[in-house]
Design a protein around this ligand. Structure first.
Ligand code: ADP
Length: 430
């Protein structure tokens, strides 16, 4: 096809035309005049072709180009071919976009595509139902102008999207959404919102159930414990039932402490927000911890206290004390008598650090990540023997969460462990 419009052919045609003009000029006897007229005619013809092309490109609605001739035929057909290719590419892109939209509509979550300025570029149907967006009216609107919640604005401002955000749905306060943002395409963001109302309801029911059962078990256990104590005191040394009574008393004691710990845990879990304006009197709290540690030790351990009693923090005294005393009691329970336990409360660059270091049995590294799970024990027999419930570190984790802190465990089997946490600078009291 292209050969037909090749430069060689065009040139030979032009040469033939000029030769005819030359011959005609010779016949007429005025070569210059005839050549000028020939050149003018050829210029006029090209100008006309140019006008036809202009008209077709800008005004004509027909897809097919005007019938061109000579070198213009190649130009017309070439433009037509390019247009055809473009149309095909556009329809392929439209089909791809259609498939993407169909896929996004089939998602079980709300999906919103945002540009780098957080303006809405597109959203699916679920986004309209769950987030109250209206499409296409909300196209180009800033997403935080439409989802008006202080937590959402703070989340966008912080721009730390690794963590999801939980938010009541703008459509219904009763529905809870989990919102995630992720980088997408060319500096765009994809917002995904999932309805987690049911999950939260089930979690609430589980917590309530555990709290209720623990509460209900308290009274029967106290009665049992009371009677067992009475029966044991009435049984004399030779009574064959005495050993059984002692064992029964020990086990009811274990059950009682487990119920107590479960209640503490559900109370701490329930208190979703604590009053961080409250300043804890660390002087008093550290004195209580010291008395507790000494009572547990019964002079069998070398306990060292390194307390900065002027270092006060904001938070909930009961929760923080519960976390600290669990760490202290663990250090004593998992250290052989004669061992050393060092308890510190001091200022560090990142805040206020509480640490308990022991020279006890230590923990193999594969267990460390799971220690704060409920009922997780490295050695079941040892935990039972020392009166452990498997809930202590779960309580510590939740209490620390409320104080924007995390438990750090360093341990070497056979050598000892250090359990520590840092209360961040913004919770330090001046
Ligand atoms: P428990 O009531 O069984 O002590 P915790 O939740 O307090 O439960 O602790 C979980 C497990 O972590 C314990 O069973 C124990 O194996 C291990 N652990 C906790 N503190 C220490 C420590 N100071 N030294 C060694 N092991 C520890």
């Amino acid at each position: 096809m292209f050969d037909a419009y090749s430069g060689y052919q065009q040139f030979s045609r032009l040469a033939l035309y000029l030769l005819i003009c030359l011959l005609l000029g010779l016949v007429v006897g005025d070569v210059v005049l005839v050549l000028c007229i020939g050149a003018f005619l050829i210029l006029a013809w090209h100008y006309r072709q140019l006008m036809r092309l202009n008209y077709w490109l800008w005004k004509d609605r027909r897809l097919t180009p005007p019938q061109g001739s000579g070198s213009w035929e190649g130009v017309f057909n070439g433009i037509y071919r390019l247009q055809g290719k473009n149309r095909k590419r556009v329809s392929q892109l439209a089909a791809l976009l259609g498939r993407f939209r169909q896929g996004a509509e089939a998602l079980p979550d709300a999906a919103v595509v945002l540009d780098s300025g957080l303006n809405i570029l597109w959203c699916n149907k679920l986004a309209q139902l769950m987030l109250g967006l209206v499409w296409p009216q909300d196209n180009g609107q800033r997403v935080d102008n439409l989802i008006r919640h202080p937590d959402f604005s703070a989340y966008l401002k912080k721009a730390r999207f690794q963590e999801p955000l939980e938010l009541p749905s703008p459509v219904s306060e009763k529905r809870m959404l989990e919102v995630r943002l992720m980088a997408y395409g060319d500096r765009q963001l994809l917002l995904i919102a999932r309805d987690i109302t049911r999950v939260r309801q089930l979690e609430g029911m589980r917590k309530e159930f555990v709290a209720n059962v623990s509460h209900e078990l308290k009274t029967p256990l106290t009665v049992l414990q009371g009677y067992l104590e009475m029966m044991e005191s009435m049984a004399d040394e030779t009574d064959p039932n005495r050993k059984a009574l002692v064992l029964m008393q020990q086990q009811t004691g274990r059950m009682q402490s487990m119920v107590e710990q479960l209640l503490v845990l559900s109370r701490i879990e329930d208190a979703s927000e604590i009053n961080l304006a409250n300043v804890i009197d660390m002087n008093k709290m550290l004195a209580v911890l010291r008395t507790e540690a000494e009572a547990l030790s019964r002079e069998r351990y070398q306990i060292t206290f390194d307390f900065d009693t002027k270092l006060h923090v904001h938070g909930n005294e009961l929760q923080l004390r519960s976390a600290c005393s669990n760490l202290i009691s663990n250090a004593i329970r998992y250290t052989e008598p004669g061992g050393k336990v060092t308890i510190c409360w001091k200022k560090v660059a990142t805040g206020a650090m509480f640490s308990v270091t022991d020279t006890g049995i230590g923990i193999p590294p594969q267990h460390i990540a799971r220690l704060t799970e409920r009922f997780y024990r490295v050695d079941n027999a040892r935990s039972r023997q020392t009166g452990g419930t498997g809930l202590g570190l779960a309580i510590v984790k939740h209490a620390l969460n409320h104080h924007h802190s995390e438990l750090v465990v360093m341990s070497e089997p056979g050598k000892g462990s250090t359990f520590s946490f840092v209360i961040p600078l913004h919770l330090l009291a001046q």
